[in-house]
Design a protein around this ligand. Structure first.
Ligand SMILES: [Zn+2]
Length: 240
């Protein structure tokens, strides 16, 4: 599955290259990648029964703060979560350049999420991989109150290895989260992607619009390992 060849990859990758070029021209490294369909599939898998949860992406937000391009301290973590956009039931997916702190210092963190909470952070370069949906869905799982769950196929497993399963017990925890809302179309979670930038791009939606998963970097084939801290949970890149 991880070596799945995307038949439409040439066009999408071209778009990706153009997009990155535009960003590099703005001296802005972080960028947003959200595989919404992939996340929807994870939150509508069999264990959800007749209560699938739709991941609803709102318009991306640009957060100007050069200091937050690297998350390396509790102070920055507090600044980031304090800047939360939307209501308490709105989850913010933060995309930045580098995470070296998530409860403790570790240079290989690539994601960090409140457990429970409504903010999580990922390194944009690592989010731009075939593991996008698994990575974001895992961190969202923490926001929904899920701890790690060892088991190679489980979404909350300590390894980012393609496992996306959620048990009925985990689904029950998710459904009891205040983040899960309900309207006449069913259950949903409202999400706002937030892009950290050094300076305002002064470009609206096109520059920070949510991209579908575009392709894979070599890093997609490496194993990633999650760190675990009470209150927040970091994801790290294992050395192998
Ligand atoms: Zn984790």
């Amino acid at each position: 599955m991880l070596r799945n060849a995307n038949s439409s990859a040439p066009l999408l990758r071209l778009y990706s290259i153009v997009f990155l070029f535009v960003l590099s021209g703005m001296a802005q490294a972080a960028y947003i990648t959200v595989d919404e369909a992939g996340m929807d599939a994870i939150y509508a898998q069999t264990s959800f029964g007749n209560t699938p949860v739709d991941i609803r992406l709102g318009s991306a937000i640009e957060h100007v703060d050069p200091g937050l391009l690297t998350l390396d301290s509790a102070t920055k973590w507090s600044a980031l979560t304090s800047a939360h956009y939307g209501s308490a039931t709105t989850v913010n997916f933060w995309f930045l350049d580098n995470i070296t702190w998530c409860g403790n210092n570790f240079i290989f963190y690539v994601g960090c999420g409140e457990t429970p909470g409504n903010d999580f952070v990922v390194e944009s370069a690592y989010a731009d991989s075939l593991f996008n949906a698994e990575l974001l869905a895992h961190e969202l799982g923490h926001n929904l109150g899920l701890p790690h769950n060892s088991g190679s196929n489980n979404l909350m497993d300590a390894f980012l290895n393609g496992g996306k399963d959620l048990s009925s017990t985990e689904v029950a925890t998710i459904m009891s989260s205040p983040l899960v809302q309900f309207d006449n179309t069913g259950f949903f979670i409202e999400v706002l992607p937030v892009l950290v930038v050094a300076v305002a791009t002064q470009v609206n939606a096109p520059a920070v619009s949510v991209l579908l998963l575009l392709g894979s970097f070599a890093v997609a084939y490496r194993r990633l390992r999650y760190g675990l801290k009470s209150g927040i949970s970091g994801m790290s890149l294992a050395v192998r």
